[in-house]
Design a protein around this ligand. Structure first.
Ligand code: TRP
Length: 472
């Protein structure tokens, strides 16, 4: 089938707001709620947060805009959108690798993401059962150990979570993804605000603010900066085509610049709010370290919930929130591959997503076993789980982001690019008069960020970060 014949076969979001909710749903996930707080904790707080924001603004936002441009111009799965745009730009076929790499990275991320999301599901039950009331650190750690040391439990939860993703993605763009995010995102927002109020009233909010915003330059290493950039990519869902796939379903008249700014604003806001909530609660109980690592959410938090007023019910709400956030992200990891399989094979959406979920489930067993029977199986010091996490966040996503910024910045057909970005010319930074607006336009600023700032920053951080990881 020619790629032109099936352009746009998956449908379009109901409105610009559905796109914003879907993209925010993709962005806001375990990266914000689980990873951000513990990575900040490990890297000493404020200075790391600042680098993270710089990466978001100077690299993340321009790259995300570029991804949406590619998707909306291609109107297909990332693989076929890239094929279309690369052809239209008369450029080398290597650029099509952006699509392929993305689809593969998405499935790899989903494979370990589903395992962690499964922990969240388990903790909804655990907290509802009352087993954390009055619990101390040791018993919380052993509760967590009981879960992670049991492959059977992990597999059950991983399977349920992947089933939830299948349910949404097989429903298609409007009735599946669109409908899901329109219910889930408002719910997520309400729960987040409720949690924040609780954290301010009952937690140690001041200590949390200090921790997140106080500066300690000494704790920054190149490796930490690489991690901050990887985290920015990960929490924004960029570098692998998830946003490209969602962009393909975006209404043609919506402004890409504005919507992307809204999405990244929400994403950073949620990371900060999540950090404030989690550290307020963690610091309210003495003797818990902020640098507890991946167990921060599953060991330290339950201890705190166990001793706080109404902690049990609030704890249940918290883990429901975590699962909803993870769910609305995981569907964006599955969608690019699903769309591609539908285009390539003519499978129904259900068959396509079912086969992919099966595939992801099998790879996910590697992560499941990383916590128990296979914990001593290490490559270069990484368990399968850690290795997949490091490889995708710190290598695939930055390389994907670099390739996207170079392609859109230098290679893509300018007519294709300009027709997606025309509105940016009309927001002048300095002069409002239309005659100047194409000279001092935000599009020129974006062009610069995309051509020079993003590629140079990504390359420098990448090389120094990898060097640092090897030397230390
Ligand atoms: N952004 C999500 C989070 O913060 C995870 C995610 C969803 C993702 N889609 C992605 C990460 C695509 C990288 C690429 O949890």
């Amino acid at each position: 089938m020619s790629i032109n014949a099936n352009r746009g076969m998956h449908g379009v979001w109901l409105s610009r707001w559905t796109f914003i909710m879907a993209a925010t749903g993709s962005a806001v996930g375990l990266g914000n709620l689980w990873k951000f707080p513990y990575v900040v904790g490990n890297n000493g707080g404020g200075a790391f947060v600042l680098i993270y924001f710089a990466c978001m603004l100077l690299v993340g936002v321009p790259v995300m805009m570029a991804e949406v441009v590619l998707g909306r111009e291609g109107r297909n799965s990332p693989i076929n959108s890239m094929k279309y745009v690369v052809k239209g730009s008369d450029s080398g076929r290597v650029w099509q690798l952006i699509g392929w790499m993305g689809v593969i990275a998405g499935l790899l991320i989903l494979s370990f993401y589903a395992v962690i999301a499964g922990w969240g599901l388990h903790y909804i039950l655990e907290l509802s059962s009352g087993s954390v009331v009055g619990i101390n650190g040791e018993s919380a750690a052993s509760l967590f150990g009981e879960l992670t040391s049991s492959p059977a439990k992990l597999i059950v939860w991983q399977t349920i979570f992947l089933g939830m993703c299948l349910l949404v993605v097989s429903g298609g763009v409007k009735k599946g993804l669109g409908a899901a995010v329109e219910i889930l995102m408002p719910l997520l927002f309400i729960m987040l605000v409720a949690m924040l109020i609780y954290a301010i009233l009952e937690g140690n909010f001041i200590a949390a603010c200090k921790f997140l915003f106080e500066f300690d330059i000494a704790s920054l290493s190149w490796r930490a900066i690489l991690e901050a950039m990887g985290l920015a990519f990960f929490t924004l869902s960029i570098g692998m085509g998830a946003i490209m796939a969602y962009g393909a379903y975006m209404p043609a008249d919506a402004s890409i610049g504005k919507t992307v700014l809204i999405v990244s604003f929400f994403d950073s806001l949620v990371a900060i709010i999540a950090g404030l909530i989690i550290f307020s609660i963690v610091f309210s109980t003495s003797g818990i370290e902020p640098s507890a690592g991946p167990g921060l959410m599953f060991i330290s938090l339950p201890v705190a919930f166990g001793s706080m007023p109404a902690g049990q019910s609030i704890g249940v709400i918290f883990f429901v929130l975590v699962v909803i956030a993870a769910w609305s992200s995981a569907i964006s990891l599955l969608e690019p591959a699903t769309a591609w399989l539908v285009e390539a094979t003519g499978f129904t959406r259900f068959m396509a997503s079912l086969s992919l979920v099966g595939f992801v489930w099998i790879i996910g067993l590697g992560s499941v076993f990383s916590f128990n029977v296979g914990e001593d199986f290490k490559l270069a010091g990484f368990t399968i789980f850690d290795g997949l996490d490091f490889l995708t966040s710190n290598i695939f996503l930055p390389i994907g982001g670099l390739a996207i910024s170079l392609f859109v910045g230098f290679v893509m057909n300018r007519n294709m690019l300009l027709r997606q970005m025309i509105d940016l010319d009309c927001y002048s930074l300095t002069l409002k008069t239309p005659s100047y607006c194409s000279i001092f336009s935000l599009r020129v600023l974006w062009d610069w960020l995309l051509r020079f700032v993003a590629p140079i920053a990504i390359t420098a951080i990448f090389i120094m970060g990898i060097y640092d990881s090897i030397v230390s």
